[in-house]
Design a protein around this ligand. Structure first.
Ligand SMILES: Cc1cc2nc3c(=O)[nH]c(=O)nc-3n(C[C@H](O)[C@H](O)[C@H](O)COP(=O)(O)O)c2cc1C
Length: 243
């Protein structure tokens, strides 16, 4: 049942040895491609990293070595306006790719595609982990994977047979993310302390990596400084001057 599959998701960061065949990867990616796409631009590409040396390097550069090195398959998911640029040239036109709007379009496209891929993989019993860590060293990773201008990595996805089992992480209560007709921030006064308690209990009692933590404090620590400030310059160099 799709509802059970979706609500049993946990990120898997360690995998049993298994190599994916080309046929299986093609099958998974083909079904994921049926994701909706803004104006049908299909503004994404995937680099399937099969070379063990490259995988190791990617693990180091993204600072997520265990996922990359044990994964049966590693996919670097990129926003891609290169192909659209080609489409423009085929029609004797240089299309405009370097706007903030296109950045949003491409990022939404690749994320929706990737989540389809995640669900397809999980429906076959595989585990996945998104690796936003590829944005730690985007220049080096782009060079290593030969990514041209108008293409940049947003995240990677590792995939494989799970070698670990986790309790499902409790999400925010639906009332926190659902607003009827008009946005209501007042409710956070009561909902967030209650969610902190839920998360405190979860972190204190989960099977592995127990800790004393709650959600609001973790998010505050995570977001109190600018995250990855190098990204703006990187995007500019890749042809996204964010007009
Ligand atoms: C875009 C994106 C990037 C992520 N990057 C990383 C990452 O670099 N390393 C990692 O271990 N987990 C990463 N995650 C996984 C999240 O930490 C995880 O989804 C979140 O903590 C919720 O846990 P769950 O997926 O087990 O429910 C990422 C998730 C998303 C959606």
């Amino acid at each position: 049942m799709v509802f059970d599959l979706l609500s049993s998701h946990t990120s898997i960061r360690s995998y049993k040895k298994k190599v994916f065949s080309k046929e299986e990867v093609q099958e998974l990616l083909t079904v994921a491609q049926h994701a909706a796409s803004s104006h049908f631009v299909q503004a994404y590409s995937v680099i399937w990293v099969t070379d063990e040396q490259l995988k190791k390097k990617l693990g180091q550069l993204s600072k997520n070595p265990k996922q990359m090195e044990t994964a049966g398959a590693v996919f670097v998911c990129c926003v891609d306006f290169k192909r659209l640029h080609f489409a423009g040239l085929m029609n004797d036109t240089t299309i405009v790719t370097d706007t903030v709007e296109n950045l949003l379009v491409g990022t939404a496209d690749v994320a929706i595609f990737a989540q389809n891929l995640a669900i397809a993989a999980e429906s076959k019993g595989y585990g996945i982990c998104y690796i936003g860590g590829v944005r730690n060293n985007p220049n080096e990773i782009s060079e290593m994977l030969n990514l041209p201008d108008r293409v940049f990595p947003v995240f990677a996805m590792t995939m494989g047979v799970p070698d670990e089992l986790h309790e499902v992480k409790p999400r925010l209560p639906v009332e926190a993310i659902l607003h009827e007709n008009s946005y209501d921030s007042e409710k956070y006064h009561s909902l967030l302390p209650a969610y902190d308690k839920t998360m405190e209990d979860y972190y204190a009692s989960r099977g592995a990596n127990q800790k004393v933590a709650n959600w609001t404090k973790s998010m505050t620590d995570f977001l109190k400084e600018p995250r990855r400030p190098h990204i703006k310059k990187f995007l500019k160099e890749k042809g996204f001057s964010l007009k």
